[in-house]
Design a binder for this molecule. Structure first.
Ligand SMILES: NC(=O)c1ccc[n+]([C@@H]2O[C@H](COP(=O)([O-])OP(=O)(O)OC[C@H]3O[C@@H](n4cnc5c(N)ncnc54)[C@H](OP(=O)(O)O)[C@@H]3O)[C@@H](O)[C@H]2O)c1
Length: 324
C-alpha cells in the first residue's frame, strides 16, 4: 500500500467495467473511495465492488444520476479528487440520442465539474475516449494521430455515430469549464478497453471481442484506433491524478493499430474460434505506431501488449461463462 491513507476520492461510474478496476487499484493504494452507481438496489452494480479488498472499511457507494445535481454533490462532498467515468456507452441502436447519450454525457460532465468547483475539489480526471480523437478528417495524411486531433462532429452526426458525438462534446465542455472557472482538469482518452471483467455484466468493448470470436464480420472503421488493457487504463487515471505535472489530454492505447491487426491476432491466438479474416488495413490512412501514448509512458506506464490483452480478455470471457 502506498502512502495515500486518508485521501478521499470519488469515482463516478464506479460500477462499470473500467470504474471497477479503478476502484480496485485505488483501494489497493490506500485511498478512501466514494463510488457512484445508478441504482443502489442493483446487485449487478454493487456486489463485485463490495467484495473488493479494503471495501468494507474504505469504500462507500452512492446512488447518482448524472442529471440530478444534488445526487452528484452528495457523492463528491469531502473528496479531494474526482475520476469522472460515468457516461452511457451505447454504440449501436441509439433511438433517442439526446436523452440516451448526449444529455447525460455533456450535461452530466458539466454537473460533475460544477460540483467539483463548488466543493473545492483539487483535481478532476475526466475519462474521454479515442472517440473524441477519431474519426477526424482535417489531419495531415503523413502525420501519426495524437492528442491534437479532434473528432469531426458534423461527420459523426451525418453518419448517426452518436457515441463519438457524446464523448467529443462532453470533453470539449470539460475543457471550456476548466478554462472559464479555473478548475484543474486532466483527461484520459482510452482506445478500445479489454481484459479481465470484474462486474457480472458485459460492457460494449468486451462485447466487441466476444462478437469477433463468434464470427462477426463488422469492421469498426470509425471507432477503432488501438486496444488497451483495462488495468492500464485504470493505472493511467491514477498516474495523471497523482502527477501534478500531468496536463491536457492523454491518449491511452498500447499502440495505434487497425481493427484488422487486432482481428488477425485474435485468429492466430485462438484458431479454435470462428474469427473472420478481415482486410489488414481496416482503417484506410490510419498510421500505425508503437509510441502513441508517449505522454503516459513518460509518466511511467508500461503498456501490456496486444497478445496479453487478448489472452486476458478471452480467458475472462470463458471463466465468466460468456463463451465456452
Ligand atoms: N470501454 C471502452 O472501450 C472505453 C473506451 C474509451 C472510453 N471509455 C469511457 O470510459 C467510461 C466507462 O466506460 P465502461 O466501458 O466502463 O462502461 P460501462 O461498464 O458501461 O460503465 C458505465 C458507467 O457509467 C454509469 N452511468 C451511465 N449512465 C449514467 C447516468 N445517466 N447516471 C449515472 N451513472 C451513469 C454506469 O452506472 P451503472 O452501472 O450503475 O448503470 C456505469 O458505472 C465511459 O465514460 C466511456 O465513455 C470506454
Amino acid at each position: 500500500m502506498s502512502g495515500k491513507e486518508g485521501e478521499v476520492v470519488c469515482v463516478t461510474g464506479g460500477s462499470g467495467y473500467i470504474g471497477s478496476w479503478l476502484v480496485r487499484l485505488l483501494l489497493d493504494r490506500g485511498y478512501t473511495v466514494r463510488a457512484t452507481v445508478e441504482d443502489l438496489k442493483d446487485e449487478k452494480a454493487t456486489k463485485h465492488l463490495e467484495a473488493l479488498e479494503g471495501a468494507e472499511l474504505r469504500l462507500r457507494l452512492f446512488q447518482m444520476d448524472l442529471l440530478d445535481y444534488d445526487s452528484i454533490v452528495a457523492a463528491v462532498n469531502g473528496a479531494s479528487g474526482i475520476f469522472h467515468l460515468a457516461s452511457p456507452v451505447i454504440v449501436h441502436q441509439v433511438h433517442g440520442p439526446e436523452k440516451e447519450l448526449l444529455a447525460p454525457a455533456i450535461k452530466g460532465t458539466k454537473n460533475v465539474l460544477r460540483a467539483a468547483k463548488e466543493l473545492g475539489v483539487r483535481r478532476v480526471v475526466v475519462t474521454s475516449s479515442v472517440s473524441a480523437i477519431t474519426p477526424c478528417h482535417n489531419w495531415p495524411a503523413d502525420v501519426v494521430k495524437d492528442e491534437n486531433c479532434w473528432t469531426d462532429v458534423d461527420y459523426c452526426i451525418k453518419k448517426g455515430l452518436w457515441y463519438p458525438v457524446s464523448k467529443t462534446l462532453a470533453e470539449k465542455a470539460a475543457w471550456e469549464f476548466a478554462q472559464e472557472k479555473g478548475l484543474d482538469v486532466v483527461v484520459v482518452n482510452p482506445g478500445t478497453v479489454m481484459g479481465p471483467i470484474l462486474p457480472p455484466v458485459l460492457n460494449a468493448s468486451m462485447l466487441m471481442i466476444l462478437s469477433l470470436l463468434q464470427g462477426c464480420t463488422e469492421v469498426y472503421e470509425d471507432a477503432f484506433m488501438g486496444s488497451v488493457h483495462v488495468k492500464d487504463v485504470a493505472l493511467a487515471h491514477i498516474l495523471v491524478y497523482e502527477n501534478t505535472s500531468a496536463s491536457g489530454r492523454h491518449l491511452c492505447v498500447e499502440a495505434i493499430s487497425h481493427y484488422g491487426d487486432f482481428a488477425a491476432k485474435v485468429a492466430e491466438l485462438y484458431p479454435e474460434y470462428n474469427v473472420p479474416r478481415l482486410p489488414k488495413d481496416t482503417q484506410p490512412g490510419l498510421l500505425r505506431t508503437k509510441n502513441a501514448s508517449k505522454k503516459l509512458m513518460d509518466l511511467g506506464l508500461q503498456f501490456i501488449p496486444m497478445d496479453q490483452i487478448i489472452k486476458d480478455s478471452v480467458e475472462s470471457l470463458k471463466s465468466k461463462g460468456f463463451i465456452s
